[in-house]
Design a protein around this ligand. Structure first.
Ligand code: TXA
Ligand code: MG
Length: 322
C-alpha cells in the first residue's frame, strides 16, 4: 500500500520494520526495500520479496555517524575523512563488519556495505526504527531500479507491508560502492558520486574493471564468501560414503534434521520446521560454524528449490565449487 511520507506514516513504517516487516522508502538515489538489518529473518524476507534466485550482500542504511562505529569495525582513518565529507549522500562504503550484523546481510562476508542516505524520509524511518535498515533497490530481480513509489507498488506492492511515497528520486541512479578494505580504495560500482570527487578526498582510487576476464589480482577480495573446506552435496545423510570413523570426521548441513545424523562429528540443521525463510536466515552462520569445526569435509543436503529454497540451494552449489 502506498502512503504519503507524513510523520505519522513514517512512524507506522518504523513500527513495521521493528516488528520484522518490510517497508519501501525513498532515498535520493532510488527506492529501497527495507527491513531490519539486525534481524536475519526480516532480511530473508527481503530476498523472498525480490524473488532473487541467489543472495547478494545488502547495504545497511544508517541515520547517524555513531551507527557507523556500532555496526562496523573501522580501523582506517581514511573512512572518516570520506564519509564526513560525503554523507549523507550517494556513497556506500565497504568496511569490516561487527558481530551484530547477521551473516545473511553480507552473504557471509566479513565486510559490510553501509551508507547514510540523503533523504529526510529515509533518515527519519531509520532513526525511528532500529537505526540499521538493510535495503536493496526496491525492484524484483531483473527489473530496473525504481525512482518513484508507483514503480515499487506496481512490481512489489503485494509483497511489501508499506510503500512510503517521497516523490521522484533526485539522483535517480544507485549509490557509488567504494571498497575501503583495500590498500587503494576501489570503486566496485559506479554511481551517484563520481570517482573524481573520491580522488580529491582520498588520492589514489581504483575502479574495478568489470569487463576484465583475468583472474583475481593479488589482494583482490572475493565478492562472495566460500567455505575453505571441501563441500559435497548429497540427497540425504544416508548417501554420505564411508564408515563411522570417516563420518565422525565429517560435518553435515541438514535442511530439516531428517535421517540418521548421529554419526557425524558436527551437524547444523537449517530449519526443523522445513521453513525456507528460517533456513535462509541461518544458512551463512551455519556454513561458517561448519567451516570452523574440526571436520575434514562438509556434506550438505540438497534443499528443495521452492521459494527461498532456490536461493539457499544456489548458495550451497556455489559453496561446493572450488
Ligand atoms: O543507491 C543505492 O545504493 C540503493 C539505495 C536503496 O540505497 N541500494 C542499492 O542496493 O542499490 P543493491 O542491493 O541493489 O546494491 C548493493 C550493491 C551490490 O552491488 C552489492 O554487491 C554491493 O552493493 N555490496 C554489498 N555488500 C558488499 C560487500 N560486503 N562487498 C562488496 N560489495 C558489496
Ligand atoms: Mg539493485
Amino acid at each position: 500500500m502506498i502512503v504519503d511520507n507524513s510523520e505519522e506514516n513514517i512512524r507506522r513504517g518504523a513500527e513495521i520494520i521493528k516488528e520484522g516487516g518490510l517497508v519501501a522508502f525513498p532515498t535520493e538515489t532510488v527506492y529501497g526495500l527495507g527491513g531490519n538489518s539486525l534481524d536475519a529473518r526480516s532480511v530473508a524476507k527481503i530476498f523472498e520479496a525480490k524473488r532473487r534466485p541467489s543472495f547478494d550482500p545488502l547495504i545497511t542504511h544508517i541515520a547517524d555517524f555513531e551507527a557507523l562505529d556500532r555496526l562496523a569495525d573501522i580501523k582506517d582513518r581514511r573512512v572518516y575523512d570520506v564519509v564526513e565529507k560525503l554523507w549523507p549522500g550517494a556513497l556506500t562504503i565497504i568496511v569490516p563488519k561487527r558481530e551484530i550484523i547477521p551473516d545473511l546481510v553480507t552473504s557471509g562476508l566479513d565486510t559490510m556495505a553501509i551508507r547514510m542516505p540523503d533523504h529526510p524520509t529515509a533518515l527519519e524511518l531509520i532513526r525511528l526504527s532500529t537505526g540499521a535498515v538493510a535495503a536493496p533497490s526496491a525492484n524484483p530481480f531483473g527489473y530496473l531500479s525504481p525512482t518513484r513509489a508507483a514503480h515499487v507498488e506496481a512490481s512489489l506492492g503485494d509483497r511489501i507491508d508499506l510503500v512510503l511515497d517521497g516523490g521522484e528520486c533526485r539522483v535517480g541512479v544507485e549509490s557509488t560502492v567504494l571498497d575501503m578494505t583495500r590498500d587503494i580504495p576501489t570503486v566496485l560500482r559506479p554511481g551517484g558520486i563520481d570517482v573524481e570527487t573520491l580522488r580529491e578526498l582520498l588520492g589514489d582510487v581504483d575502479v574495478l574493471d568489470r569487463t576484465s576476464k583475468t583472474p583475481k589480482a593479488p589482494g583482490q577480495l572475493p565478492m562472495h564468501y566460500s567455505p575453505r573446506k571441501a563441500l559435497h552435496i548429497v540427497n540425504s545423510p544416508g548417501d554420505v560414503p564411508g564408515d563411522r570413523l570417516i563420518r565422525k570426521q565429517s560435518a553435515f548441513l541438514s535442511f530439516r534434521g531428517e535421517g540418521d545424523l548421529t554419526s557425524f562429528g558436527t551437524v547444523e540443521v537449517l530449519s526443523a520446521k522445513g521453513d525456507y525463510l528460517e533456513a535462509a536466515s541461518r544458512l551463512f552462520a551455519a556454513l561458517h560454524r561448519l567451516d570452523e569445526s574440526g571436520a575434514d569435509v562438509i556434506y550438505a543436503e540438497a534443499v528443495p528449490s521452492v521459494g527461498l529454497g532456490a536461493a539457499v540451494m544456489d548458495r550451497i552449489y556455489k559453496a561446493s565449487e572450488k
